[in-house]
Design a protein around this ligand. Structure first.
Ligand SMILES: [Zn+2]
Length: 203
């Protein structure tokens, strides 16, 4: 039974928790920030000792305890408090979106660097492939946003898939085409079946 109440120090959402959880770190169910259940909480019940609960292991109590999350009960007693909490939730979602965008840009930079590595690592002494290689003019026709089949309609099927990876719902694959000259080659990077990058060497 919840028997102490206290406001979240961040979003002021009134919260209830069992008194035997004092000092534990929990996630605020309203703003998701980590907070400690304060010692000087107001008791809601008579001085009857609270029912004993199985003690939480020491290591677990220091972390965000899933048990604590389940036991925590948010009580929206005031519309104002609810409004603030709602705004905080919205703010947190915005922050999460921005964080994702920053991380995504960083990932794309990594992919760019990887593409250049792949181009640099392509050995120049492959066996002749028995059909004409791609030309610089064909390379120039490949535009961002093209699909795999549009690319293939210009270059023909790729000679090799150099890498593929799945990250946060983005499937990224890099294909290589050999050029007409010895060691000449080009790569195209597609993400979710759209060209996002290309590179060439000695075409
Ligand atoms: Zn909060």
């Amino acid at each position: 039974m919840p028997d102490i109440t206290f406001p979240c120090p961040y979003c002021k959402q009134p919260l209830e928790a069992p008194s035997d959880m004092v000092g534990q770190l929990i996630d605020c169910p309203s703003c998701s920030k980590v907070l400690e259940i304060p010692v000087h909480s107001r008791s809601l019940t008579s001085p009857v000792p609270p029912p004993r609960r199985a003690p939480i292991p020491k290591g677990q109590a220091q972390k965000r305890s899933p048990l604590a999350n389940i036991l925590m009960v948010a009580i929206p007693v005031a519309i104002v408090a609810g409004g603030i909490a709602g705004h905080k939730l919205w703010q947190n979602r915005q922050e999460a979106k921005e964080k994702w965008a920053v991380e995504h840009r960083a990932k794309m930079k990594e992919l760019d660097a990887r593409l250049q590595e792949l181009i640099d690592d392509t050995p120049p002494n492959r066996q002749p492939r028995g059909r004409p290689g791609v030309t610089y003019a064909q390379y120039n026709q490949i535009k961002t946003g093209m699909t795999y089949s549009e690319v293939v309609s210009i270059l023909g099927p790729p000679d090799e898939e150099l890498s593929s990876m799945e990250m946060a719902g983005f499937y990224t694959v890099v294909y290589m085409w050999e050029g007409t000259t010895l060691g000449g080659n080009m790569n195209v990077m597609l993400q979710n079946n759209q060209v996002i990058n290309k590179a060439q060497s000695a075409l």
